[in-house]
Design a protein around this ligand. Structure first.
Ligand SMILES: Nc1ncnc2c1ncn2[C@@H]1O[C@H](COP(=O)(O)OP(=O)(O)OP(=O)(O)O)[C@@H](O)[C@H]1O
Ligand SMILES: [Mg+2]
Length: 285
């Protein structure tokens, strides 16, 4: 006891602060995901109206590496050749976002199955590995939510669905998937009227709150496709920019053109051609 007291006194004298906990997922969760985070100026709410939000420690969930691999989630792996591609995309995305002061990015596509969810997840992980930024990945495809499934997260109770219904606070629905600087806001199941829910004031507030809360954070929204439903259309104007994923051979020229028309008044950050067959390895950079 005496020794502890002495150590504290010595630390006070030498003005050495108590060392931070090991840089594990918990520490990162509190830095970014609605944890108490009082020491990190970047994580303080910028908008005074948000200060009443109840903060609590973000849940930490261990990920199963085999599950990730089987769902093509690879951005956390250092020596995977695909990681180099997603890291290149990340760098280009971050450059554009920094240039324009953008912090929220919707990921959409003309038609279903183009690889939006996969790109959104891998991109968010890749951003989280970036030293200066933290990433929040939000599953805003309320019709076919896949983020939780692909990451192997069990979120039956507290998810975005419960938060949108006002049953839990948004911070209670957030999960830290044991990847540093990454927080996920999963959607546990499809909602009954996705287009209406997405057009609601609650979702508009959510998007702007998530944007304003932390300055150094990039928020990635996994969205529905643009053709045939207005799900994505009702939310993209509320985001700073959009990344369009086109699955190789999966959308017709007409569908791509129609999607581009839908995005006329939105900042299109870029287009990713996914599922492309190529011999080019990252070594050819
Ligand atoms: N580059 C790729 N190479 C091989 N398979 C891929 C690639 N990208 C995505 N896939 C596979 O395609 C399927 C659809 O991917 P994903 O769910 O990410 O698409 P989506 O655009 O989000 O679909 P939805 O419109 O249903 O939300 C998944 O089985 C995924 O593993
Ligand atoms: Mg999807």
């Amino acid at each position: 006891m005496e020794r502890i007291k002495e150590a504290i006194e010595r630390a006070k004298r030498e003005r050495v602060s108590v060392p931070p906990p090991p840089q594990d997922a918990k520490a990162d969760a509190s830095r970014d995901g609605g944890g108490r985070a009082a020491e990190d100026p970047d994580s303080r709410p910028k908008d005074s109206s948000l200060r009443s939000v109840k903060y609590q420690q973000t849940k930490v969930v261990e990920l199963d590496m085999e599950h990730l691999a089987s769902h093509r989630i690879f951005a956390h792996l250092k020596n995977n050749p695909m990681t180099a591609y997603i890291d290149m995309l990340r760098t280009q995305v971050l450059q554009k976002m920094d240039e324009h002061g953008w912090r929220t990015l919707g990921v959409t596509s003309p038609t279903p199955g183009s690889g939006k969810s996969l790109i959104a997840i891998n991109l968010a992980i890749s951003i989280a590995r970036h030293t200066q930024k933290t990433a929040l990945l939000v599953d805003l495809d309320l019709r076919r939510p896949k983020v939780a499934e692909y990451l192997g997260l069990d979120c039956r109770v507290d998810s975005l669905v419960s938060a949108l219904k006002g049953k839990v606070d948004i911070s209670e629905a957030m999960v830290n998937p044991s990847i540093r600087h990454l927080v996920v806001l999963p959607t546990s199941r499809p909602v009954a009227n996705p287009a209406e829910a997405l057009a609601s004031k609650r979702v508009a507030n959510l998007i702007s709150d998530l944007r304003e809360r932390y300055e150094s954070r990039i928020v990635i929204f996994d969205l529905a496709p643009l053709v045939n439903t207005d799900d994505a259309l009702s939310v993209v104007p509320k985001m700073d920019a959009v990344l369009m994923v086109v699955g190789n051979g999966m959308s017709t020229k007409r569908e791509i053109e129609e999607s581009m028309r839908h995005l006329q008044s939105t900042s299109l950050l870029g287009v990713v051609l996914n599922k492309a067959e190529t011999d080019i390895t990252p070594a050819y950079y």
